[in-house]
Design a protein around this ligand. Structure first.
Ligand code: FES
Ligand code: FES
Length: 160
């Protein structure tokens, strides 16, 4: 029988290398768990319907839209958020490349872009422009027109 949406369940999730044990309701979305329970507000909510990609995090190394997953589905998993990219303030080559290429304007989409691109660079360190556009197709940017974002990721290739 399906769990009541308000029923609590104990979960344990590794987030950015730290273990968190919490009681969550069955209906708690992973994005709300990260933002409201762990105060990791770098993961953004743009649509809550799986379209924009602003909420993208890495779940066991794979990019996922955290508004489309329940926190209980991440029980036992390892999650990386944008906060985990530069825990000591040392930007990754990808983040530096975003900066150098002016690959953001309002920045709302940026955490999701960075996480999708990080996953791409980890599996394909020298992506082509086509590879980058394919990997970022689930991430919407309303400001930049994508050109600088794509250049930033291609340029970061080989340096990550
Ligand atoms: S907030 Fe998750 S895809 Fe838009
Ligand atoms: S920089 Fe504004 S939505 Fe992408």
């Amino acid at each position: 029988m399906a769990a009541e949406p308000t029923a609590s369940r104990a979960i344990g999730i590794d987030v950015n290398g730290e273990r968190y044990e919490r009681d969550v309701t069955a209906r708690t979305l992973l994005v709300h768990f990260l933002r409201d329970e762990l105060q990791l507000t770098g993961t953004h909510i743009g649509c809550d319907t799986g379209n924009c990609g602003a909420c993208t995090v890495l779940l066991d190394g794979q990019p996922v839209k955290s508004c489309m997953l329940l926190a209980v589905q991440a029980d036992g998993a390892s999650v990386r958020t944008v906060e985990g990219l530069a825990p000591n303030g040392d930007l990754t080559p990808l983040q530096r490349s975003f900066n150098e290429h002016h690959a953001l304007q309002c920045g709302y989409c940026t955490p999701g872009m960075l996480m999708s691109a990080t996953a791409l660079l980890e599996r394909n360190p020298r992506p082509t422009e086509e590879d980058v556009r394919y990997a970022l197709q689930g991430n919407i940017c309303r400001c930049t027109g994508y050109v600088n974002i794509v250049e930033a990721v291609v340029d970061a290739g080989g340096e990550s």
